[in-house]
Design a protein around this ligand. Structure first.
Ligand SMILES: Cc1cc2nc3c(=O)[nH]c(=O)nc-3n(C[C@H](O)[C@H](O)[C@H](O)COP(=O)(O)OP(=O)(O)OC[C@H]3O[C@@H](n4cnc5c(N)ncnc54)[C@H](O)[C@@H]3O)c2cc1C
Ligand SMILES: NC(=O)c1ccc[n+]([C@@H]2O[C@H](COP(=O)([O-])OP(=O)(O)OC[C@H]3O[C@@H](n4cnc5c(N)ncnc54)[C@H](O)[C@@H]3O)[C@@H](O)[C@H]2O)c1
Length: 451
């Protein structure tokens, strides 16, 4: 451990909200230690976005072959689960060493263990006490506690991404991001029965209801059993598998499976930090931070999923870390976190994407706007790839022509949405977007027909 004792900065958490801060401080000549209780890399690189998208890349092969079946493509596709997990590991296995190596090269002391505050400027890690002038907390999120019988039987998204064999009958508890994305992976990989149990009237409550209805149709066509108004009450062991009991408007029902996966949301991972000792206030929403990412202890900053700030997304945690580092290094509150429109994508096939205001939120704000909503299965872009479940809904403010929100479903949605985010951040009007020239034929070139 080269530099022990007192540091200028100790960063707790080696994910996207922490590593950039450690590097920026080290580059400025500060003595820095970085701690993680797990291998360095954080959720996105090791247990979230990146490994998940590698599994999706494989299942995309299945989807394209199905969509183009009878249109000239003759392909028998199936997924070899162990090979797919091995493919994922070609990326994830190398990451911790790469990240630790980078930190080490930057002169950062890399420590393994669980950090816990023992004072306003002190932490304990693996029995050793370290102190610092400043701390940066980026401890991420964990699956929320459900307080239901049998909760300990739930597998997590992390477990799912490392399964050595394909599960045959799998139940997802919750119908949000994780359930919808992972249910699509499991079904395309050949699982026999995939069930999603969502307690609300529809899954993905934060997304546009009309587009979610189209995704629900696509999910049913795929063969996933999506049950809404189904609140999970209990999980029991049943031979080698499980029985999941859930409440419906007409009574309690059950479903049997081989694997039951937690997908009811994630909460800030802060309970174990003893934040009281450091004078850092928090709530259910996470560590209380100012717009400068400073906590209630002025010497301590926080960013990412553990903070009560923006949504739990990778680019948000990186952005917040950057702002924290700027203010930390400046020694004063210089840069305020200023969220541009944040695009969000559910990586099902088709993808569901959204940026800006929903129709309901725009109405609630009393805005005067036109809604452009259409299903696009008949458009050339959908026809040429055999995509059946495609649509858009774009809100354009009357008078200014500004884009208030864009909601898309279809094979190009994950990239189209970034163009809408850029247009909104730049304040482009619908007419200005229509005046742009996009390469044709591309999914981007459809955008001018959506406004
Ligand atoms: C399955 C899944 C899929 C996702 N997919 C996407 C996606 O497609 N796009 C997207 O934008 N976002 C996605 N997310 C969310 C995204 O992964 C997170 O928002 C992001 O990783 C948060 O980064 P962070 O640095 O705040 O926290 P993390 O990356 O979680 O890092 C926190 C680190 O702190 C460590 N730690 C915690 N407590 C301590 C302690 N006391 N001492 C030492 N170390 C500690 C943890 O081990 C962890 O490595 C996904 C999340 C999940 C779970
Ligand atoms: N593509 C992405 O950007 C992506 C992908 C995966 C995860 N994530 C991040 O991870 C977070 C966690 O994902 P998630 O899918 O666990 O949560 P989520 O918040 O997206 O969805 C949770 C769902 O579970 C339902 N629910 C809660 N308790 C229930 C119960 N007892 N029975 C049935 N349903 C219940 C809720 O109504 C909700 O719809 C996301 O909010 C997001 O920040 C992002």
């Amino acid at each position: 451990m080269g530099n022990t004792g007192r540091f200028n900065l100790i960063v707790i958490g080696g994910g996207t909200g922490g590593n950039g801060v450690a590097r920026m401080a080290a580059n400025a000549g500060w003595t820095v230690a970085s701690i993680d209780s797990l291998p360095f890399g954080g959720t996105c690189a090791l247990r979230g976005c990146d490994p998940k998208k590698m599994l999706i890349a494989v299942t995309e092969g299945v989807e394209w072959a199905r969509n183009l079946d009878g249109k000239g493509l003759v392909a028998q596709t199936s997924v070899n689960w162990p090979d797919m997990i091995a493919f994922k590991r070609t990326f994830t296995d190398a990451m911790p060493d790469r990240i630790e190596g980078g930190l080490d090269k930057a002169g950062i002391t890399v420590l393994h263990g669980e950090a816990r505050f023992t004072g306003r400027d002190k932490i304990e890690v693996s029995g050793e006490v370290l102190s610092a002038r400043h701390f940066h907390i980026a401890t991420g999120a964990r699956p929320m506690t459900l307080n239901i019988p049998g909760e300990e039987l739930l597998a997590t998204s992390t477990d799912f991404l490392a399964l050595p064999e394909r599960p045959d009958r799998v139940v997802f508890v919750g119908g949000g991001f994780i359930a919808m994305e992972f249910a699509h992976i499991a079904k395309r990989a050949g699982a026999r029965e995939v069930t999603v149990l969502e307690m609300m009237e529809r899954p993905l409550g934060n997304f546009d209801p009309d587009l979610v209805a189209i995704l629900s149709e696509a999910t049913a066509d795929l063969g996933v059993d999506l049950r809404t108004e189904a609140k999970v009450l209990k999980i029991e062991k049943n031979g080698t598998g499980f029985t999941v009991a859930y409440e419906t408007p007409t009574g309690v029902e059950t479903v049997d499976c081989d694997l039951v996966v937690h997908a009811t949301g994630r909460v800030p991972n802060i309970d174990h930090l003893n934040l009281e000792a450091a004078g850092v206030e928090y709530s259910r929403m996470g560590i209380k931070v100012s717009p400068f990412m400073r906590t209630t202890n002025p010497a301590i900053f926080a960013a990412g999923d553990c903070a009560d700030s923006g949504p739990m997304l990778t680019p948000v945690s990186a952005n917040e870390g950057r702002i924290a580092a700027k203010n930390l290094l400046a020694g004063k509150d210089e840069r305020e976190v200023n969220y541009p429109p944040i695009p969000s994508v559910v990586f099902t096939l088709p993808q569901l994407a959204s940026v800006g205001l929903s129709e309901a939120a725009a109405r609630e704000e009393g805005l005067d706007f036109d809604t452009y909503f259409d299903k696009t299965a008949g458009w050339y872009s959908s026809l040429r790839v055999g995509a059946k479940h495609t649509a858009y809904k774009v809100l354009v403010e009357k008078g200014t022509g500004k884009i208030l929100g864009a909601h898309l479903i279809g094979p190009g949605a994950e990239e189209q949405i970034n163009l809408f985010a850029m247009a909104m951040a730049a304040g482009l009007t619908a007419n200005q977007i229509k005046g742009l020239i996009f390469a044709y034929p591309s999914f981007a070139s459809d955008i001018s027909s959506m406004i």
